[in-house]
Design a protein around this ligand. Structure first.
Ligand code: UDP
Length: 366
């Protein structure tokens, strides 16, 4: 692959693998998906799933908060190509594209507070560019939205019809408002240009490949528990979250992507099993067998008090509900965090870096 075409398009020379046949079956090519943020935590699981389903996958990422090590194992897959690219700049792809899945964005509070402008740009300019690609190619567009569009909700659990309670100038607004704008421009493209759009509002998700130091509650508690450090509960720990295991989330996204309906679809994707942050700390102590203490730290500004998805709509239209309980999920993810902590304690500066083969990047950025 190279960027040497006259019109600036990225040329992809790697042929796709045998896979689902696109359209009416006359073109014997695999369906092709562009995943922005494909080297991130959720994005990389999605790349993996689509490849396993026989899709050709083009992963676009600028690695601001993600890592090539998340996709290193996909480098030898014939249907996979990685394109280093900042999606706040225009996206040109040669050839057909059937799905544009827009997952690029810092997503943990720590990350978006550290990259406020980049977060606003990827939610606005990045979404606009990804929509432009979908419109040009006649592709289905799926925006990774978030429960943060509900802000600090006054309605509980949160149904899709709830408009939210967001502080437009608070520290979290860089993410909340970026995603709210992203939803608005996505719906505008559906209404104005007839782009087929899907908007999953993703609630707290966890699983392998979360960064140990991304600041989110689960990696923080896991690494603290496994290193014998105190677990840092913010506030009095009575605020709630509902945690979804990543394989359940990816199943929901896959079903949503394939849903054969033309109208815009906006649905919550998350596990309704709600837990207080304090109880989560206790569960993680139990699962890890740690005797770490629990300590209390100030609650960050605008930290949502309660969060739980109303999953009635998604159950009705996709027949989807999460399969992995929190207990089970915590046990399943434990070996990943144990290995991550071991790597850190051996003072390997970049966890997993030693197992990363050279990534055959499909193209340099435009
Ligand atoms: N939290 C905590 N201790 C930590 C990290 C987070 O008590 O070390 C709290 C945080 O204040 C919030 C909840 O856990 O109430 C979930 O935070 P997270 O950063 O995972 O994501 P959020 O759901 O707020 O986007």
């Amino acid at each position: 692959m190279s960027k040497n075409s006259d019109n600036g398009e990225i040329r992809i020379f790697r042929p796709g693998a045998c896979a689902p046949v696109r359209g009416n079956g006359k073109r014997r090519t695999p369906a092709r998906a562009v995943i922005t943020g494909g080297a991130g935590f959720v994005g990389s699981h999605l790349c993996e799933r689509l490849l396993a389903e026989g899709y050709e996958v083009l992963c676009l990422d600028n690695l601001l908060t993600s890592s090539e090590k998340n996709i290193a194992h996909l480098g030898s897959e014939p249907g996979f190509a990685y394109i280093p690219h900042d999606v706040t700049r225009p996206i040109f792809i040669q050839g057909p594209v059937d799905y544009v899945l827009h997952f690029a964005s810092p997503a943990s509070p720590q990350d978006y507070l550290e990259h406020p402008i980049a977060t606003l740009k990827v939610g606005s300019l990045g979404t606009h560019n990804a929509l432009g690609l979908a419109r040009t190619k006649g592709a289905t567009f799926l925006l990774a939205s978030t429960s943060e569009v509900y802000g600090d909700p006054e309605v509980h659990p949160q149904p899709e019809s709830y408009w939210g309670k967001v502080n437009p100038v608070g520290p979290r607004s860089v993410y909340d408002e970026a995603k709210r704008y992203a939803e608005a421009v996505t719906l505008a493209y559906a209404r104005t240009h007839g782009v087929r759009v899907r908007v999953p509002r993703i609630f707290n998700t966890y699983g392998r490949r979360m960064r140990l130091n991304d600041g989110r509650v689960l990696p923080n508690f896991m690494s603290q528990a496994l290193q014998g450090e105190p677990l840092t509960v913010h506030g009095d720990g009575s605020q709630t979250r509902s945690l979804c295991y990543v394989s359940d989330l990816v199943e929901g996204i896959f079903r949503l992507m394939l849903l054969d309906r033309d109208e815009p679809i906006i649905v919550n994707l998350g596990n309704p099993e709600e837990v207080t942050v304090r109880d989560l700390a206790v569960e993680i102590l139990e699962v890890t067998g740690s005797s770490s203490a629990i300590v209390y730290r100030p609650l960050p500004e605008d930290d949502p008090r309660q969060r739980r998805p109303d999953t009635g709509l998604v159950q009705r239209i996709l027949g989807w509900s999460p399969k992995v309980s929190r207990r089970e999920g915590l046990r399943m993810v434990l070996p990943y965090f144990q290995e991550a902590v071991r790597a850190v304690s051996k003072e390997v500066p970049d966890f997993g870096a030693e197992i990363v083969p050279a990534m055959p990047a499909a193209a340099s950025a435009l």
